[in-house]
Design a protein. Structure first.
Length: 398
């Protein structure tokens, strides 16, 4: 599919390039040709306007070489002009004159001789003015060849550029496609385990050979796995809402300092039960534009993440401060260090740094949801890990 998309992109670009090249080069050749034709007409009119039937070479300021032929009363062909007439013999002059006289047009072209002519009538009879256009024809042929060469070179150059542009344009689509495939695979894997547990315990529950206590355990396992599946599905739905831009529709002016203070309160007893200490340093009066519900969700995700991965009997610190035209929210805890590559990967969907960790209801979706919400607020979220301290930072415009 991606190869077809890339090919369509290249074909679309090259079709536009081909049309543009044909139009531009065609217009250049067309107007050049018109200018040359006008130059011929001007030269004919200058030559024909000179006094006398046989002007001397110095009498005509013509732009192109010309000569005049007339036939006297004895049938002789008389010729004069700026062209070197030695290149024509008597027979050729007669053929040129007769060829022009056979035409009914006052002005015309003799392609065989590379001449343009004009018929003039006067007291001395009919005369024909001929302009030599060999130089123009050669110049036009040269320009045509150059235009074709430039066109072919430009087409080849644009083909190479279009391939690069196609790869660049399709790269985000390819990345999204790969992420979607990985997302579907990860979601299927995460759903497979609880479904297997539910089906197994449901089958055991239907068996009459087990005692009531064992049947109650089977029922509890089914209920536990159902709750986990519900959490996963809710997480997936939240990701879908974030991807569809539902966050931006709820933007209002809000007191971010108050929101963070209120968001910390429910976690204090939870931290106390786990032997953890929660410290906060919240700067007052910070007002931003955003979605209160979704920013509360980001704070909840960071605090929950810190609680799950903190060292026993350690401290978690939450800080909110203004930095210029932005605000910075940080949640830090002491715990196992996060390696360099994992600092980026932990924001990917279904990614868990500790794959050996027992299932605790976490599916690796929280930080991915937080990243999507922060991005919709035109902010940034990142993780740092140094000296045994893991810090998650949220940077938002004030």
């Amino acid at each position: 599919m991606l190869n077809k998309l890339r090919l369509k992109f290249i074909c679309a670009i090259m079709a536009v390039v081909l049309v543009m090249l044909c139009v531009i080069l065609g217009l250049v050749l067309h107007f050049t040709r018109r200018q040359m034709d006008q130059t011929v007409i001007n030269a004919l009119q200058h030559a024909a306007g000179e006094p006398g039937f046989i002007p001397e070479p110095h009498e005509v300021p013509a732009e192109l070489p010309y000569f005049v032929i007339r036939r006297d009363i004895w049938g002789n062909y008389l010729a004069s002009g700026t062209v070197n007439l030695t290149r024509y013999d008597e027979t050729e002059l007669e053929e040129i004159y007769e060829a022009a006289s056979r035409s009914r047009k006052r002005m015309g072209e003799l392609k065989r001789y590379d001449l343009h002519y004009m018929r003039m009538s006067g007291p001395g009879g009919v005369r024909y003015v001929f302009v030599d256009v060999l130089s123009q024809r050669l110049a036009m042929d040269h320009m045509t060849r150059v235009s074709i060469t430039v066109g072919v070179f430009s087409f080849a150059l644009m083909l190479g550029i279009s391939v690069i542009l196609a790869n660049w344009a399709v790269k985000p689509v390819e990345k999204a496609w790969q992420q979607q495939r990985q997302f579907v695979g990860d979601a299927s894997h995460e759903l497979k385990t609880p479904l297997t547990v539910i089906m197994t315990n449901a089958e055991l529950l239907q068996s009459p050979e087990y005692a009531e206590e064992e049947r109650r355990q089977f029922s509890d396992r089914i209920l536990t796995m159902s709750h986990q599946m519900r959490g996963l599905v809710e997480g997936l739905l939240e990701l879908a809402r974030v991807d569809n831009g539902a966050v931006k529709t709820a933007f209002t002016q809000l007191d971010f300092s108050q929101l963070v203070n209120e968001g910390i309160l429910p976690f204090e007893p939870m931290y106390f039960e786990k032997g953890l200490v929660l410290h906060s340093c919240i700067e007052d009066g910070i007002v931003i534009t955003g979605s209160a519900a979704h920013l509360s969700q980001v704070l909840e995700i960071l605090l929950d993440n810190a609680m799950k991965y903190s060292a026993p009997n350690s401290e978690i610190r939450t800080e909110l401060k203004r930095t210029g035209n932005h605000v910075l929210l940080t949640v830090e805890n002491s715990g196992p260090p996060i390696e360099g590559a994992e600092l980026e990967n932990i924001f990917k969907r279904f990614y868990r740094a500790d794959h050996a960790r027992s299932r605790d209801g976490s599916y690796g979706l929280g930080l991915s949801i937080a990243k999507g919400i922060v991005s919709d607020h035109r902010g940034k979220i990142w993780a740092e890990s140094r000296d045994g301290i893991n810090r998650f930072c949220v940077w938002l415009p004030a």
